[in-house]
Design a protein around this ligand. Structure first.
Ligand code: GUN
Length: 301
């Protein structure tokens, strides 16, 4: 048998959805919109509040603030001791609601146990709710009205769209039902005319559902939730998970290499790291610019 040159062999693995490259592309657009607003006297501004000393949260907020600086947005980072009373936090939020230089307010979750996250989220002016976590933002998504969409599922939608695979009439399976990812993801996919199934911890026979999926979004927080025997060839798989393997290495919810092989060359898969992660902050920037654009009268007005 003649030897085949591996460089010429037909690809057998699913294509990668490069979240980093897509994030850079979208950040350039967001940066241009921020510059256009700044030229008209409004620099989009984000306030990030961190209560307590959770190390992972500290990294996330630092990355958010840095992304603002890199893309022409103004930002303020307010850090408070874990013992900050809830009333004091609500007062800070009220002051930021009234601050015309701030267009987006984000309180990093989780907050310490003595603080009610729902009260905090609802205290943020809905027009500045760049996390899209408030009841009003959730209601706007539910009702198909324009509004601020939660960054992570919105980023996942952009990643799916980047593949060129049409969503209309396709079967999408969302694994996870959190308020921050699973539920809004299902609504975004529904708005794009996919047929949507939401699976969760009480779902019996997850494999039966995932095997039928043209699009899979895994947002569970448990590694190897999606394995090679569960996926359909040619499907699009988005991995929202951020977990660690035995060696302490960052990994998602999807058993990446075997699933990539099982999807075959017509399929698509997002890696961890380098997939959803960079997109989340990007869509937060997009929401902040959108919130600022709403505050500024249209050109010529
Ligand atoms: N904690 C983990 N992810 C997020 C997020 O997207 N927004 C906020 N506010 N807190 C988080």
């Amino acid at each position: 048998m003649p030897e085949t040159n591996p460089a010429e062999a037909a690809p057998t693995l699913a294509r990668l959805i490069d979240g980093k490259a897509l994030a850079q592309h979208i950040r350039a657009e967001v940066g241009a919109r921020a510059a256009a607003l700044a030229a008209r006297g409004t620099r989009p501004g984000l306030a990030v509040i961190l209560v307590g000393d959770d190390p992972a949260s500290a990294v996330y907020v630092r990355n958010k603030v840095r992304a603002c600086a890199e893309n022409g947005l103004h930002s303020v980072l307010e850090k408070y001791d874990a013992a900050l009373p809830e009333a004091a936090l609500l007062e800070r939020i009220a002051a930021l609601n009234a601050d015309p230089a701030i267009h987006g307010i984000l309180v990093q979750m989780p907050v310490p146990r003595h603080i009610d996250p729902h009260r905090v989220i609802e205290a943020i002016d809905a027009a500045k709710d760049v996390d899209g976590f408030s009841v009003r933002s959730a209601g706007e998504l539910f009702a198909g009205l324009p509004g601020l969409r939660p960054a992570t599922p919105w980023g996942c939608l952009k990643m799916i769209e980047s593949t060129g695979v049409p969503l209309r009439g396709r079967h999408a399976v969302v694994i996870g039902r959190s308020n921050t990812v699973g539920k809004p993801m299902a609504l975004l996919l529904l708005a794009a005319s996919a047929t949507v199934t939401v699976c969760h911890s009480a779902t019996t026979d997850l494999k039966r559902h995932v095997r039928e999926a043209d699009i899979v979004v895994a947002a569970v927080g448990r590694r190897r939730t999606v394995t090679a025997d569960m996926v359909k060839r040619g499907a699009v798989v988005i991995d929202v998970g951020t977990n660690h393997d035995e060696a302490g290495k960052l990994c998602g919810d999807v058993d990446f290499e075997p699933v990539r092989a099982a999807l075959g060359p017509e399929g698509w898969i997002s890696p961890v790291p380098g997939g959803v992660g960079p997109m989340t902050i990007t869509m937060l920037l997009a929401n902040t610019v959108q919130a600022a654009e709403r505050r500024v009268p249209p050109a010529g007005a």
